[in-house]
Design a protein around this ligand. Structure first.
Ligand code: IPE
Ligand code: IPE
Ligand code: MG
Length: 245
C-alpha cells in the first residue's frame, strides 16, 4: 500500500491510495451509438480518455496503472472494427513517447505475435525505450486474456520441468505468478469498470484474486479524473482482510 496525500483541483485524495489500479476501458461503442456516430469514433474518444487518465495517475502518484485495450475475445468483432482499433494503436504507438513523458514505463501484457510486424516492433521499441523509468508503470493489455495468460505460464513451467530445471514439487503459486506477463508486478488493488457491466471479462483474473471492484455507469469516453477520485475515495473506505480477521 502507498500512503500519500495529494491535493487536486477538485478535492483532497484519501491517505491510502492503491498501488495498482486496473481500468477496464469499456463503453466506447455505446458512447458512439448514443450520438449516432460510428463505433470507431467511440474508440478514438476512448483513446483520449486513456491519455488523460494515465497522466492523472502519474500526477497523483499511482505507481501501476493497467489498461484493458484489446482482449483475446475481441477478435470476434467485425473486421472493420478491428482494423479501426489497429489504426488507432498504430497512431498511438507513433506518438506515445511524447504523451508518456518522463518517468513512465510501458509494458504490454498479452501475446504480441498476433499483431502485424510493424505494430509488434513499435511495442517492443516502446518497452525498451522506457525500461529505465519508474515513476509510473503503465501496463497495456493488448490481445490479452487472463485464461490465455495462465496457459502461457503453464507452458513455460512445463518446458522447465521437461528440461530438468524445475521439478513438479517445486511449483508454487509464486512459480505461476513469476511466469505470467505481469511477472514482478504487484497484484491489482482496485479494478475500475465503467459502462455498467458487472464483470471482469477475462481481465487479469489471477492478479485480481483479492482486488477491490468499482463499477460505474459512466461510459469510458466520459470517464474523468473526478470519476477516478470517487473510486479512490470509495476504495480508501473499504476493509481489506485477505482472508484474515
Ligand atoms: C471497449 O469498448 C473497447 C474494446 C473492447 C476494444 P466497447 O467497444 O466494448 O464498447 P461497448 O461495450 O460496445 O459500448
Ligand atoms: C472488455 O470489454 C475488453 C476491453 C475493455 C478491452 P468487452 O466489451 O470486450 O467485454 P464484454 O464482451 O462486454 O464482456
Ligand atoms: Mg464492451
Amino acid at each position: 500500500m502507498a500512503f500519500t496525500k495529494k491535493k487536486t483541483d477538485s478535492q483532497e485524495l484519501p491517505e491510502v491510495l492503491p498501488v495498482h489500479v486496473g481500468f477496464i476501458m469499456d463503453g466506447n461503442g455505446r458512447w458512439a451509438k448514443k450520438r449516432g456516430l460510428p463505433r470507431s469514433l467511440g474508440h478514438i474518444e476512448g483513446g483520449k480518455t486513456f491519455k488523460k487518465i494515465m497522466q492523472y495517475c502519474k500526477d497523483i502518484g499511482i505507481k501501476y496503472a493497467s489498461f484493458y485495450v484489446f482482449s483475446t475475445e475481441n477478435w470476434k468483432r467485425p473486421q472493420a472494427e478491428i482494423d479501426g482499433i489497429m489504426k488507432i494503436m498504430r497512431e498511438y504507438l507513433d506518438e506515445v513517447q511524447m504523451h508518456l513523458g518522463d518517468g513512465v514505463r510501458a509494458i504490454f501484457l498479452g501475446d504480441k505475435t498476433a499483431y502485424p510486424d510493424d505494430i509488434r516492433e513499435r511495442m517492443i521499441k516502446l518497452e525498451n525505450d522506457t525500461a529505465h523509468h519508474s515513476q509510473l508503470t503503465v501496463l497495456l493489455a493488448c490481445n490479452y486474456g487472463g485464461r490465455d495468460e495462465i496457459a502461457y505460464s503453464a507452458r513455460q513451467i512445463a518446458e522447465k520441468v521437461k528440461s530438468g530445471e524445475l521439478s513438479p514439487e517445486d511449483i508454487t503459486e509464486q512459480t505461476i505468478a513469476d511466469h505470467l506477463y505481469t511477472a514482478g508486478m504487484p497484484d491489482v488493488d482496485l479494478v475500475i469498470r465503467p459502462s455498467g457491466e458487472l464483470r471482469l471479462s477475462n481481465y487479469l483474473i489471477w492478479q485480481c484474486a483479492y482486488a477491490e471492484y468499482y463499477f460505474t455507469n459512466v461510459l469510458w469516453p466520459d470517464f474523468s479524473p473526478e470519476e477516478l477520485n470517487k473510486a479512490l475515495i470509495d476504495y480508501a473506505g473499504r476493509g481489506r482482510r485477505f482472508g484474515g480477521v
